[in-house]
Ligand binder design. Structure first.
Ligand SMILES: [Zn+2]
Length: 107
């Protein structure tokens, strides 16, 4: 039985301006690793058991990868008040401004 607490940095895309940024993520991992994959324990359909390698190594890579993909935020912002992209010229309004809204106001 593996019980571990991880703190990782994941790269996620801002749902407003589409820029990539690093976000901290805390994970509580609890998994059973089998020394013999033939051991009959009940598994959900399609579920692959974690196994201890032939060299008696506990390889956590796949377990951590699965936890990260489940826990990574689907919608997050790169900053609390992300200005997003201009819907007309697609400029990132966090870094530059455009005159699209002014042009629209004049017309
Ligand atoms: Zn953003």
């Amino acid at each position: 039985m593996v019980s571990a607490r991880f703190r990782v940095q994941v790269t996620v895309m801002c749902s407003r301006c589409l820029s990539m940024f690093e976000s901290p993520l805390s994970l509580d991992l609890q998994e059973e690793f089998l020394s013999d994959p033939a051991v009959n324990i009940p598994l959900a359909p399609g579920e692959e058991p974690f196994v201890i390698t032939k060299g008696r190594e506990l390889d956590l890579d796949e377990a951590v990868r699965q936890y990260v993909s489940l826990e990574a935020p689907l919608k997050s912002l790169c900053r609390p008040r992300c200005a997003g992209l201009c819907p007309r010229c697609w400029r990132n309004l966090n870094h530059e401004s455009c005159v699209c809204s002014l042009v629209e106001a004049v017309n």
